[in-house]
Design a protein around this ligand. Structure first.
Ligand code: NHW
Ligand code: EN5
Length: 359
């Protein structure tokens, strides 16, 4: 049972399959004057502070909390090490079917390892909800590796080895049956440079064309980000060690016809004498109209290998299924469940019906 989540406006397990329930907000917005004006009570000795992420010292404190206490895999071998650039809150517009909804994207919920299982998380979630309500936002989107009431979809992580020797040495992957190290290295070898004519890094002047390409692509998914030009500039314009975006500019017409992107999320390798950091690229938004999706994503693998990533990760969202197996991705041991707060879907989506990637 879920003593906390049962009290929240989220789809409940008991309601799965009940098609009489309407799609849309579960609770109505209230006048802001009716939103609780004071913070929720914390157990004594604790107090709330609002983190000014523009301050280097405060940003470092938050970064270190996460570096030491954030998400690990199920065998506690790796821990996400998000860089400071990721640690700011931005409101989002998410389209559900035909409706564009203002939402908060909730991420980085973290309780110090020494303070776990004391029911602090429900208080933190209620407090962030109250603060989001005061911004006149009534819905949220979030992902988690754990099952909560109730996923809008459940995605599988896939991994493409770029540096198989290191991945095996640190326990991220294993030498396959009847495989030697040299055969494995050969299996995952990639060309030195991308092969698609006109493949290049995205630039500021590409924002309008990339926005058009993405909006058109994302329109086919049941739940998707509603990107405008400002969003594309913020989330997709290349930033060293944060996000990489490439596009194909037709050598003939100079049209932008294809786009691929990935974000940088290293993991700390726990307790390995030889290595401290796993450099991982995560597939973000990709659109192919003229280049085959396979060739486009192979070029993304080639440039990520060139940049020194050890592994390229992807979820089975959007059309990703169509390249995963052929480009030698293998399924990981992790899943990612997607959730909406205060918005009911009539029924769950397939991962391929989801056009949303959260960092
Ligand atoms: S998912 C990553 C979450 N963070 C981590 O996994 C880091 C390592 N773990 C921890 O820090 C991406 C703690 O284990 C946490 C739980 C803090 C996770 N989401 O305090 P208690 C996100 O950041 C429920 C939601 O005793 P704890 C997304 C659990 O089911 N709920 O546990 C975050 C139980 O409730 P139940 C989670 O281990 C989205 C209760 O917490 C959860 O010391 C947040 C137990 O609390 C999770 N990942 O602390 C929701 N993990 O009903 C946003 C556990 O089952 C909602 N729980 O009894 C929207 C808000 C905004 C709305 C605006 C309109
Ligand atoms: C909020 N935005 O479990 C996200 N990762 O598969 C929060 N496994 O890296 C929620 N256990 O399978 C995040 N190697 C939930 C995910 C938490 C982290 C997590 C998984 C995803 C992962 C790796 C390492 C496993 C180590 C032991 C994994 C196998 C790779 C292999 C490469 C060759 C081809 C077959 C697969």
């Amino acid at each position: 049972t879920h003593k906390f989540w049962e009290t929240q406006p989220v789809g409940q397990f008991k309601d799965i399959g009940d098609t009489s329930l309407p799609e849309g907000p579960i609770e109505l917005a209230t006048p802001l004057s009716e939103v609780k004006q004071e913070p929720y009570n914390l157990p004594s000795v604790y107090e709330w502070t609002t983190c000014d992420m523009a301050s280097d010292d405060i940003c470092s404190e938050v970064y270190n909390l996460l570096r030491n206490n954030y998400v690990e895999d199920d065998e506690n071998m790796f821990r996400f090490n998000y860089s400071k650039e990721f640690l700011s809150g931005v409101p989002a517009r998410i389209r559900v079917r035909d409706e564009v909804v203002k939402m908060a994207e909730i991420n980085f919920l973290c309780v110090h390892k020494k303070l776990r299982s004391k029911r602090l998380a429900p208080v933190m979630i209620k407090e962030v909800t109250r603060r989001v309500h005061l911004e006149n936002i009534w819905q949220a989107a979030y992902t988690a590796g754990v099952v909560l009431p109730t996923p809008i979809t459940t995605c599988q992580y896939w991994h493409r080895s770029l540096n198989p020797k290191k991945l095996i040495d640190v326990g991220f992957s294993r030498l396959g049956a009847r495989m030697t190290m040299s055969r494995t290295i050969k299996l995952y070898k990639l060309p030195e440079a991308p092969v698609t004519p006109g493949f290049r890094k995205m630039e500021l002047l590409d924002v309008p064309a990339v926005t058009r390409l993405l909006r058109n692509y994302l329109s086919q998914f049941g739940v998707a980000t509603d990107f405008d030009e400002n969003d594309v500039e913020h989330w997709l314009l290349p930033r060293e060690d944060v996000v990489d975006s490439y596009l194909v500019e037709s050598p003939e017409t100079h049209d932008v016809t294809d786009f691929c992107s990935f974000y940088t999320l290293p993991s700390t390798i726990l307790g390995n004498p030889n290595y401290t950091t796993l450099k991982a690229a995560y597939s973000y938004y990709n659109v192919a109209t003229q280049t085959s999706f396979l060739q486009l994503m192979n070029d993304a693998l080639i440039v990520s290998k060139q940049k020194g990533f050890d592994v390229f990760n992807a979820l089975d969202v959007m059309h990703n299924e169509s390249f995963l197996k052929e480009l030698k991705f293998g399924p990981g041991d992790g899943q990612l469940h997607y959730y909406l707060y205060n918005y009911r879907l009539r029924s769950a989506l397939k991962p391929s019906e989801l056009g949303l990637v959260l960092l």
